[in-house]
Design a protein around this ligand. Structure first.
Ligand code: ZN
Length: 150
């Protein structure tokens, strides 16, 4: 489906150029840092939780287009989700970018399905998943920096 690929590419480029929620949310009470040594992507992710629900999310950092778009879309996707739902999203996104999701599973991810093509490029999988590993660390709250080398 070349049309769909093009649409996905535009979505990723748009978020890479104009990342959403590129800020420190007011009242953020969770944060975690992540670093992808392979590419140099670096992120600090911030969350504000209320009664176990993500009310706000933002990030700071720098990296390649895939990383930036992924972090931007992540901050949009997790808002309004419970911790459980956010972790479930992490699992499904991870399955997608590592090539373990079928078409039907990919479709449940909405815009995030744009990263399905990444599974063909192992180096890029780390760029796409860095923000998500950092999300998991922010939710578990142990505060230890995340590295994709693990
Ligand atoms: Zn990268």
């Amino acid at each position: 489906m070349p049309e769909l690929d093009e649409l996905y590419q535009e979505l990723i480029l748009d978020h890479a150029k104009r990342p959403r929620n590129f800020r420190v949310p007011e009242g953020a009470d969770r944060r975690a840092e992540g670093f992808n040594r392979l590419c140099g992507d670096r992120i600090t992710l911030f969350l504000r939780l209320e009664d176990g629900v993500v009310r706000d999310a933002g990030f700071q950092g720098a990296g390649c287009a895939i990383f930036t778009a992924s972090a931007s879309l992540l901050t949009e996707a997790v808002k309004g989700k419970s911790e459980q739902q956010a972790e479930d999203l992490f699992r499904r996104f991870h399955a997608l970018v590592t090539g373990h999701a079928d078409q039907a599973q990919a479709e449940t991810l909405g815009k995030l399905a744009a990263f399905g093509g990444v599974s063909a490029y192992p180096v890029r999988v780390k760029c796409a998943s860095l923000a998500w590993h950092t999300l998991k660390a922010a939710l578990s709250g142990d505060g230890a920096p995340v590295s994709t080398e693990e």
